[in-house]
Design a protein around this ligand. Structure first.
Ligand SMILES: Nc1ncnc2c1ncn2[C@@H]1O[C@H](COP(=O)(O)OP(=O)(O)O)[C@@H](O)[C@H]1O
Ligand SMILES: [Mg+2]
Length: 243
């Protein structure tokens, strides 16, 4: 496959992120955490971004998903140029198109599994939110845990609720930041299997940040980021590239 995507759903061109940190003496010092990143992801692809802690993976994912804005460079999401948009404009692009899964699940403690999945649908004005939330929880094997709160669920079960929440909105693109990072190997594998089954059912584009070689190997393409510099890994090194 050519690396030039005809209709990329996620595109970064020469994207850099510079933040201001404390300098050595007095005064602030500019810190470049992403250096001129180029990346294109086509509709339906599953792409992994791997790299050591602190390399800039979460920062890049936030930019690609329209949660943050770059210092320089151009970003496109689902065919929209993000550069000219403010936070409200980026939120409008994300709504109904983009789903998220995080390492720490990020469920709301005081809400049941059903309420956690239904809430974002309700906030997006979807009329049959509860019915859809229920169906999404059934699809992740949690039909008998609808009324349970996060604290009553295991880590793997909580991440399945988070998957249900993400896919209930039928996103075009799902961004996941170390979705198996807080789980043991066997539970992580179950979550990965479920993630790809849901991807197959909904034809979702996947952008995954991971330390997990098993997860990276399941993806169509892999990128590695080191000290804020991104490169695509050759396909013949896929799955062995996280050492
Ligand atoms: N807002 C910020 N201000 C200053 N430094 C930041 C900010 N966000 C991230 N960083 C730094 O940028 C680097 C990359 O962070 P991050 O994207 O979270 O890495 P990763 O997800 O690969 O572990 C780290 O050194 C982190 O401390
Ligand atoms: Mg991170």
């Amino acid at each position: 496959m050519s690396s030039e995507k005809l209709n990329p759903v996620v595109r970064a061109a020469q994207v850099s992120k510079v933040v201001t940190g404390p300098g050595d003496g007095d005064g602030a010092k500019a810190l470049t955490i992403l250096h001129e990143v180029d990346l294109e992801i086509a509709c339906g692809e599953a792409v992994a971004i791997i790299g050591p802690s602190g390399a800039g993976k979460s920062t890049l994912l936030s930019l690609l998903a329209g949660l943050d804005h770059p210092s320089t460079g151009h970003l496109e999401l689902a065919g929209f140029s993000l550069n000219e948009l403010d936070e409200d404009g980026r939120a409008a692009v994300r709504a109904g198109r983009v789903g998220f899964v995080f390492q720490s699940f990020q469920l709301i403690d005081g809400l049941t599994a059903l309420e956690n999945v239904a809430l974002p649908l309700e906030l997006n004005g979807i009329a049959d939110a509860e019915r859809r939330a229920r169906a999404a929880l059934v699809a992740v094997g949690l039909a008998d845990r609808l009324a349970h709160r996060p604290r009553q669920l295991s880590g793997g079960e909580q991440q399945r609720v988070a998957l249900a929440r993400a896919f209930a909105g039928t996103p075009e693109i799902l961004f996941a930041d170390e979705p198996t990072g807080a789980l043991d190997t066997a539970t992580g594998e179950q979550v990965i299997d479920l993630l790809f089954a849901l991807r197959d059912r909904h034809a979702t584009t996947l952008v995954l940040v991971t330390h997990d070689p098993a997860l990276a190997a399941r993806c169509d393409r892999q990128y590695e980021i080191r000290a804020g510099r991104l490169r695509e890994l050759a396909s013949d090194t896929a799955g062995t590239a996280t050492a």
